[in-house]
Design a protein around this ligand. Structure first.
Ligand SMILES: [Zn+2]
Length: 179
């Protein structure tokens, strides 16, 4: 079984309507949180910036949550803008739903494949692993990874996962020998 790995190369942009200009694209930049204490309650936001006019916006991460219910390590992460915490919050589907944005993964990920495919005996089995939840269409990913046309992919690939349905879950497929 050959391993293929899908991983992000940077944080994805956000498809999010700007309130100051017609742009619908925002970035978290280096990733900054803002923590605001209101008595014993905390608000935590993740700051975003319009890529066109630089206007700053806030995504609600936590709203009026009692200080004592935070894990101290997590709270520290918010205060120091821990990059891992920025990534995990940004990629959390709950944050996207709550703040009404979608992630734009264009140019923000790559597919790592071993180069040994030509020496393998046919048929070849490949397992695709997702290190990050990048939405991909399996037929396009396989075509890219094998350097095949999408028609060839449909002809030579056996796969239990629907090839044309976008997924971020691991799957496996078999490549049959060509003509
Ligand atoms: Zn703007």
């Amino acid at each position: 079984m050959l391993p293929w790995v899908v991983r992000r190369t940077r944080l994805p942009l956000l498809s999010l309507r700007c309130v100051g200009c017609p742009s619908e694209s925002a970035t978290t930049g280096e990733g900054r949180f803002r923590v605001n204490a209101n008595g014993k309650l905390l608000d935590v936001w993740l700051l975003v910036r319009c890529v066109s006019c630089d206007r700053t916006g806030k995504l609600t991460v936590h709203e009026r949550v009692p200080v004592r219910s935070f894990d101290p390590a997590e709270l520290h992460g918010y205060r120091v803008n821990d990059p891992e915490l920025v990534a995990s919050r940004l990629l959390d589907p709950l944050l996207a739903r709550r703040n009404r944005f979608t992630l734009d993964w264009t140019g923000a990920w790559r597919l790592d494949t071993p180069t040994a495919l030509l020496d393998e005996a046919w048929p070849v089995q490949v397992e695709v692993v997702f290190e990050d939840p990048v939405p991909v269409r399996p037929d396009r990913l396989i075509a890219q990874g094998l350097g095949l046309s999408r028609n060839e992919v449909l002809r030579r690939i056996k796969c239990d996962t629907p090839l044309r349905r976008t997924t971020s879950s691991g799957f496996a497929f078999t490549v049959m020998a060509g003509d």
